[in-house]
Design a protein around this ligand. Structure first.
Ligand code: DX5
Ligand code: ZN
Length: 217
């Protein structure tokens, strides 16, 4: 479980992270630059602040232009996992290697309209494939059921790799949709509004985890 704080109260980011971090495997941090996506959140200085707490395992989702330049900086800052968008990267293979060299897991994300052939060709360089199940930019959108075949294909690609490659879903994931994602082969689940709109966000993380575990492919 990797809850997203995008729909939390961002003016109290550390407190919001603390509400869910103890029951979460990672904390999903959505970096948006107002260029790659039409929304703006936070960047490296804010994430460096969050990472001062060594107990936080950060899952940085970079929705930014020029990840070749910026993504390794997040890894250097101590991010556990750094995911860049394939659509924005000039040299994805080199970028994956750079992220690993800086000590992070290398994630590659695709928007709904982007296929997986290029990720397939990256082979063992990738530690996590992120299938966007909404158009990136905003929380609270409806889950795109037509992305499920792509999740299945990502699981096949992950299964052929030598290492432990994760398949993450992000967008519209909640109690109504997480089971289908797990059945299709996802094993890392981002949930933003489902968690932070719940009365008890930590309890919702646990509920979502048990739904996913029961449906795991
Ligand atoms: C959207 C972000 C997501 C977002 C998901 O572009 O990448 O991580 O927080 O929010 P929900 O779960 O509300 O769809
Ligand atoms: Zn995200």
């Amino acid at each position: 479980m990797s809850p997203s704080v995008l729909n939390a109260n961002l003016s109290r980011l550390a407190e919001e992270v603390a509400r869910i971090a103890p029951v979460s495997d990672m904390v999903h941090l959505d970096v948006m630059d107002n260029h790659f996506v039409p929304n703006l959140t936070f960047g490296l200085p804010v994430i460096e602040g969050i990472l001062q707490d060594p107990a936080i395992r950060s899952d940085c989702h970079l929705m930014i232009d020029d990840p070749d330049r910026w993504a390794p900086e997040y890894a250097r800052a101590g991010a556990y996992s750094v995911t860049f968008h394939l659509e924005a990267a000039r040299e994805p293979a080199q970028l994956c290697s750079a992220l690993r060299n800086e000590g992070a897991r290398a994630g590659v994300a695709v928007k709904p309209g982007t296929g997986l052939d290029e990720i397939d060709r990256l082979g063992d360089l990738v530690d996590m494939i992120l299938i966007m199940t909404v158009e990136p930019g905003f929380g609270g959108q409806s889950f795109m059921t037509d992305m499920l075949p792509k999740v299945q294909r990502a699981r096949e690609i992950a299964g052929r790799a030598e290492g432990d490659v994760w398949v993450q879903v992000d967008g519209g994931v909640g109690p109504q949709t997480i089971e289908q994602c797990a059945e299709a082969g996802a094993n890392v689940f981002v949930a933003g509004s489902a968690v932070f709109k719940a009365d008890d966000p930590a309890a919702m993380v646990q509920t979502l985890r048990s739904l996913a575990e029961q449906s795991q492919a």
